[in-house]
Design a protein around this ligand. Sequence first.
Ligand code: NAP
Length: 292
Amino acid sequence: MTATIIDGKSIAATIEDEVTAQVAAIVDAGRRAPSLHVVLCGDDPASAAYVRSKGKACARVGITSQTHALPATTTTAELLELLGRLNQDDTVDAVLVQLPLPGQIDQDAVLLAVAVAKDVDGLNPTNYGMLAQGRDVVASCTPRGCMELLARHHVPVSGARAVVLGRSVLVGRPLAVLLTNANATVTVAHSKTRDLAALCREADILISAMGRPGLIGADFVKPGACVIDVGTTRVDDRLRGDVDFDAVLPIAGWLTPVPRGVGPMTIVMLLRNTLMLARAAGVVTTAAVPTS
Ligand code: NAP
């Protein structure tokens, strides 16, 4: 058996076209375009690059975006003050705080301060809690992207045994909730899990979000399983996933590559989440609406 390669780049392009058409329909109806505001704190080059690519993606689909770049010395109070203003601003539909934040900032306080209705990454504890209750709310973009890859390839999720490697707030935990909500039977593994390979071999769906390049070898994979590789680690100037792609390809039923797998889905899910929040807010009318 050779796995079907899940081409995240081409699936993301399809979804981007869908979002573009939906944004155009909103604007054609005389309403303003959805808007995303990104808060970037500090000078981490990787974060700055992610934020730039998010801005470019917004421009491609017609979403208005603005980046608020704050210095690395920003205090929690200063960041909260900015979020307060964005929360009050009716022209702002979605707010994303780029993580990680500089160490002096209270991340919990910041995530709590993003208005529930504008929380595009679903990290406000209220949205997180509602997701855990099984409600259809905005959810973190990377986990949403993984679910979309499964759906677009018709990978059976209901009743499947799923193993998620990693329990981070941003990826592993919300992913486990989304899989549970989709009726998978889910196990979350982490650095203290014993006999990882044996656990992974039980999985019909194996999703790795550890940041441990090449750790998932052939002995971790049940024949025919769907293997989604979220991990991205720069090694010798190349991006590497958690999965040993060549070793797993002959065993798995589906497999995502790195790059061109989950990465492009994360950005397109941000666009879709922005659209979802704008719609929920009614995409407010503005002076752009014809008066006669
Ligand atoms: P993180 O916060 O560092 O979490 C990593 C998780 O993996 C932790 O729960 C950790 O366990 C677990 N882990 C680490 N080594 C392990 C091992 N040997 N065995 C079992 N579990 C292990 O990272 P993250 O933010 O979730 O990101 C995970 C990876 O996904 C990174 O490579 C990141 O770059 C990538 N990522 C990619 C995208 C994308 O768009 N493609 C988006 C987000 C993240 P403990 O909790 O016990 O420490």
